[in-house]
Design a protein around this ligand. Sequence first.
Ligand code: IPM
Ligand code: MG
Length: 370
Amino acid sequence: MASKKLLLLPGDGIGPEAMAEVRKIIGYMNSELKSEFVLDEGLVGGSAYDAHGAAISEADMAKALAADAVLFGAVGGPKWDSVPYDVRPEAGLLRLRKDMELFANLRPAICYPALADSSSLKKEIVEGLDILIVRELTGGVYFGEPKEIRDLGNGQKRGIDTQVYDTYEIERISGVAFELARTRGNKVTSMEKRNVMKSGVLWNEVVTATHKTKYSDVKLEHMLADAGGMQLVRWPKQFDVIVTDNLFGDMLSDIAAMLTGSLGMLPSASLGAPDAKTGKRKALYEPVHGSAPDIAGTGTANPIAMIASFAMCLRYSFNMIAEADRLESAVAGVLDDGLRTADIMAEGKTRIGTAEMGDAILAKFRALAA
Ligand code: IPM
Ligand code: MG
């Protein structure tokens, strides 16, 4: 493959610190493995607002659309709490998802053996956990219209969000879930609230029909989303792939993340449809954690979710499977060695900072390549 165009959008808070560690890995891959990544960088979130008065500039949007993949850090912080709603930091991320048509959000929740004790759940419940949440990302209540606060003229206001899904949106996201299930445990659990929502009734129907016509070799199960949340903390290992809508996926993936010990561990990939001619998908990779403004600048953030997001990028955007496997093994190896950032610190382990964690992972990655 020719050069690989990567756009880095470090964003706010701990985003830039975490991204700096990925940069080290890319630098090594370019100089020693001849990986030919071509890097560009842009602003998103509060940092873009400060520079351009928008959560992402048109120029950076154009770069994102032209890149082979985007690596995204995190956005937001108290500094921008009172900026207008349309240009709040999160609007940059939502625009990227929408304009790049990144409808499939893959959020793996893997419990590294070395971290089974850091989970808020008992070790036997989470040890060996490996589930994948497939969250619909460009529809539902996040983008449905009308979306407004209406003045009712009688001293009352009405806040309105619209939950809306069309057949094709449910078909394509469930297709992604079934395809991925075939490469793993061959089971999909679909979650919605068909007991109270029409969009849930349709969701259930379309997933069932898609399964019947194209994926009947995969085991399909339906669960109400509230019960799903409960089952995730009761017995998470019953799941393989979970497919759900945008809002339930947002919540369920945070729950799943905590099973693994820390939000600082979880990567994600947001993918578009394969291009009809080239087969390439637009893609954005981001840690599930936020900008953690409380610890930004202290050098203590955990860069693992960002680094693991880059591993997903190697896997899904560049088909560099061996390198992705090796980078993930490097992360697991460093944890096995007892190295921990503050968020996953435990008795008897060695506490290190962001840059040291990045260096340790790079050293392992390099050693595994030798
Ligand atoms: C996520 C985040 C975003 C979301 C925010 C930052 C808009 O919570 O990616 O899970 O709600 O989708
Ligand atoms: Mg979220």
